[in-house]
Design a protein around this ligand. Structure first.
Ligand SMILES: Cc1cc2nc3c(=O)[nH]c(=O)nc-3n(C[C@H](O)[C@H](O)[C@H](O)COP(=O)(O)OP(=O)(O)OC[C@H]3O[C@@H](n4cnc5c(N)ncnc54)[C@H](O)[C@@H]3O)c2cc1C
Length: 365
């Protein structure tokens, strides 16, 4: 990167990172052009839309630390501070988008050993963790009265949060537009130092930031896609205050409450780059597990099934790669909403030549 602070900046990819960085840079009075291969407002799962639209929006440092490491936990704790601060600055927000009501991890009586194992792993990665507690049948019912009363044991992870991510992405786009970004949708690009290459032309910038997720794979062959499938249902029969995870010997199902009586349910993490529709087996597993959470889900309407690829490096950890005139930020894997604040902070520190020691060792390579 050049030593002067860049002013005219191009961002490739308008998923989670691209939108957040554009918004931050515009607030710092940079000129931003945001390029997106598809639509800025993709409303159907058929298109190759950003993983950010498929995500469930959980901000779950403890649950994710169990499947990663302490660095992810630290970056996740930063996210829990950063999201409410950021969201309080969104002028176009009409309803609350971020919630910190904790999350609940439960298991059916026959699967309690899965819950015990989850707790052991949690204690191993984050020793002496004080922000979770074991809960019994009555406490589970107090936290989530609409759940099946047969759940007798669980863990309440008090610090975790969730975000209404699709609404957030829409609001971010409005803010970016309001702040004067140049918006170029349906424009797939390649990137080089100080250069954006479209089908029609090459354009010069002071700095290019590559946030193309899986779209950067041609230039970063070490990236891989990890398939995830989700089911969206709608029902007024049930209310949940927080994400609920169901431990099961074959999969871990999560259900996250969304706006307008909707819920997003997911479980799968498949080492495949297949983007074809949800399989019958996954849909059966997701719906039957959902029914066991509460029989009232039987009357829920299925309104969407979605599939997408999580962009991941081989170690499943995110990376910021700094070159002259080009910054690459990628590999958020299954932790996009959890780790994006730390990554954005890190990229901004590079651009504005500020001290950012906290995440350097975790993100830079
Ligand atoms: C099923 C599922 C559930 C998930 N749940 C969670 C969760 O609960 N919590 C959490 O923290 N994370 C979750 N994630 C992970 C999260 O969605 C990703 O980590 C995050 O979206 C990655 O952000 P990104 O900006 O790097 O990529 P993306 O959000 O994928 O955005 C990349 C953008 O670049 C565009 N693009 C691609 N190629 C080009 C090109 N050549 N030119 C221009 N534009 C291009 C794409 O169209 C896209 O808009 C989940 C992911 C999946 C699939």
């Amino acid at each position: 990167m050049t030593h002067s602070i860049p002013n005219n900046i191009a961002i490739a990819g308008a998923g989670l990172l691209g939108r957040l960085l554009a918004w931050q840079l515009l607030q710092a009075n940079c000129k931003v052009t945001l390029f997106e291969a598809g639509s800025f407002t993709p409303d159907t799962p058929q298109t190759n839309r950003a993983a950010a639209f498929t995500a469930a929006g959980m901000i779950a440092p403890l649950s994710e630390a169990v499947v990663s490491d302490e660095g992810v936990y630290r970056m996740g704790q930063f996210a829990l501070q950063q999201w409410p601060q950021w969201l309080s600055k969104l002028q176009m927000q009409t309803a609350p988008l971020f919630f910190q009501h904790g999350s609940l991890v439960i298991a059916h009586p026959q699967d309690i050993s899965e819950l015990d194992q989850f707790e052991r792993e949690l204690q191993f990665v984050i020793p002496q963790c004080k922000t979770y507690r074991r809960v019994n049948q009555q406490q589970i019912q107090e936290l989530e009265p609409d759940l099946n009363p047969n759940f007798s044991q669980g863990l309440f992870l008090a610090e975790e949060g969730h975000v209404h991510n699709r609404e957030l992405l829409r609001v971010l786009l409005s803010e970016i537009s309001l702040l004067g970004a140049k918006l170029r949708e349906f424009t797939p690009v390649e990137v080089a130092a100080n250069k954006i290459i479209t089908e029609a032309s090459e354009e010069e910038f002071d700095l290019v930031i590559d946030c193309r997720g899986m779209g950067a794979r041609d230039q970063h062959p070490q990236l891989r896609g990890v398939r995830g499938e989700t089911l969206h249902v709608e029902t007024k029969e049930i209310q949940l205050q927080r994400p609920v995870r169901l431990m099961h010997p074959r999969y871990q199902l999560y259900i996250v409450p969304k706006l307008n009586n909707r819920f997003i349910i997911g479980a799968t993490q498949i080492e495949s780059e297949d983007r074809s529709p949800v399989t019958l087996q996954s849909s059966l597993e997701l719906s039957s597990a959902l029914y066991t959470l509460s029989p009232a889900f039987a009357e829920a309407r299925i309104i969407e099934m979605d599939v997408n690829l999580r962009p991941a490096y081989m170690d499943n950890l995110p990376k910021v790669i700094i070159q002259d005139g080009l910054i690459t930020a990628n590999g958020l894997f299954r932790h996009g909403y959890l780790l994006a604040p730390a990554m954005v902070e890190n990229v901004l520190a590079h651009i504005f030549q500020k001290e950012e020691k906290v995440f350097n060792e975790l993100l830079n390579c």
